[in-house]
Design a protein around this ligand. Structure first.
Ligand code: AR6
Length: 173
């Protein structure tokens, strides 16, 4: 049975086949969850990222997990919120879809996501959570997708409440 759930915690401690990094287009590290993932994975992660030549907003690239409990890290640069009229919603949905597609390509059964773009990139949480829930739910229901279990790893109770509400709405549809 495929499932989506939420967890209050630190994504660097999550034992999933792949964890997702809310990166920037350089893929060379930064603050927030990106900084935490690079610190926990160790310098080999940055070394592999240097070989990737960056990534466009809304797309994703995969690396090893190195010292993390996760086998892979899927790096996706989310959109910077610029008022909502610059394709931000479509780009955020594309991040989740791109990560799910890469996870499936690598045979992952479990994937953990942070709340992409809702930190330094200022995407409003109440808009981001329903986009994330809908995009992941649609990908999970595709036949032939190896992914069985998706977790939204929430760094605060406020974030968890938003994702729990968004998932409840998706399940009602
Ligand atoms: N585990 C889970 N979630 C976390 C963790 C963690 N260890 N640390 C922070 N969060 P942000 P963005 C949450 O700013 O908005 C970086 O510098 C955080 O509370 O990490 O996509 C990149 O290099 C928030 O809910 O990512 C980019 O330049 C969520 O993760 C830029 O920030 C996303 O916040 C990307 O900004």
């Amino acid at each position: 049975m495929k499932r989506i759930d939420t967890l209050l915690g630190d994504i660097t401690t999550v034992r999933a086949d792949a964890i997702v990094n809310a990166a920037n287009c350089t893929l060379l590290g930064g603050g927030g969850v990106d900084g935490a993932i690079h610190r926990a994975a160790g310098p080999q992660l940055l070394a592999e990222c240097r070989t990737l030549n960056g990534c466009e907003t809304g797309l994703a690239k995969i690396t090893g997990g190195y010292r993390l409990p996760a086998r892979y890290v899927i790096h996706t640069p989310g959109p910077i919120w610029r008022g909502g009229g610059h394709g931000e919603r479509a780009l955020l949905a594309s991040c989740y879809r791109s990560c799910m597609a890469l996870a499936a390509e690598y045979g992952c059964r479990s994937v953990a996501f942070p709340s992409i773009s809702t930190g330094v990139y200022h995407f409003p949480l109440e808009l981001a959570a329903p986009i994330a829930a809908a995009a992941v739910s649609a990908c999970l229901s595709e036949e032939g997708n190896s992914v069985q279990h998706v977790t939204f790893v929430c760094f605060s109770q406020e974030v968890k409440d938003a994702y729990d509400a968004a998932l409840a709405d998706v399940r009602r549809l």
